[in-house]
Design a protein around this ligand. Sequence first.
Ligand SMILES: Cc1cc2nc3c(=O)[nH]c(=O)nc-3n(C[C@H](O)[C@H](O)[C@H](O)COP(=O)(O)OP(=O)(O)OC[C@H]3O[C@@H](n4cnc5c(N)ncnc54)[C@H](O)[C@@H]3O)c2cc1C
Length: 301
Amino acid sequence: MQVESPKLVAALAELKIEHRPGERLADWTSLGVGGRTDILVIHEPRHLPELVHLLDAEGLPRRFLGGGSNLLVREGELPWVLLHLSTKETQPEFEGRRVKVAAAADLGRTVTECARRNLGGVEGLIGVPGSVGGALRMNAGAYGIEISQFVKTVTLYRAASRSIETVPAAAIGFHYRHTSFAADDIMISAGLELPERPYEEIRAAIKVCNEKRRASQPLNEKSAGCIFKNPPGASAGKMIDELGLKGHRLGGAVVSERHANFFVNRFQATADDLLGLIDFVRQRIRQAFGYELEEEVIVWT
Ligand SMILES: Cc1cc2nc3c(=O)[nH]c(=O)nc-3n(C[C@H](O)[C@H](O)[C@H](O)COP(=O)(O)OP(=O)(O)OC[C@H]3O[C@@H](n4cnc5c(N)ncnc54)[C@H](O)[C@@H]3O)c2cc1C
């Protein structure tokens, strides 16, 4: 989707929105797959209501791109403009145990910066790639914790009111890799509250998490983390492994030998290769175990 109207292009410049035409999503996503579209990089989130208004007036559909680490995007000319918050100037602000962090901030860096202030609890999130906003949207979690446990408030562009609001965590439904935010809500920042812990203790916990990840995940291959959610009381990865599907290949996409719930783009996979592999594995699991696996990866087709 191209932003062509000269009027809109001029308005974007006035709102300090960077227009990046024809970007390849393969370059913006950890899976390394996805076609082309215009990306609008927002430097001042307060302009979001006006930006959405302008795009609606031009009839341009939009989606939001965070760090791109949980996305499987189709090829070709994409039918949406992508909004993206600038990652510049995303230093967290601290006040006692409270931290205000920009949605565009890198999640791992945020965990490390909190650790330096003797604020812990979130060590498990250290190796989750992507942004704080993506983690909020997905309710990212690892090693027994989820980000929602530490969220006090979220400031967002709310599609329902078409304005920027700060909502308390109690008003947000946080579930396993799913939240109650509307599809076109845009997270701007979050207020977290973290428990105090000595830096050395946090550092040791971070090291353990990093080692566990390195030992069990294909971190030097292109992936989007776990493809499927775990069904209640079961492990999708374990079931896929039990069926002997590690290493199974479709086109350029492969079920990782290191972690059966990670599908990797090893041989220049296309979105169709990955989608085909997802369908194949889902069908095998249905036949063998009777579970209908649900995707954790967000698919944009
Ligand atoms: C190697 C690897 C390991 C991983 N391990 C884990 C793990 O242990 N636990 C886990 O939970 N996940 C894991 N993931 C998945 C992924 O890192 C998380 O889901 C992450 O939180 C996604 O953040 P992102 O910024 O990259 O979001 P994106 O991939 O850009 O987007 C994901 C969704 O969030 C939306 N979104 C992003 N930012 C915003 C925003 N500011 N406002 C509104 N919507 C937004 C997007 O529109 C999209 O719907 C892993 C991924 C990889 C590649």
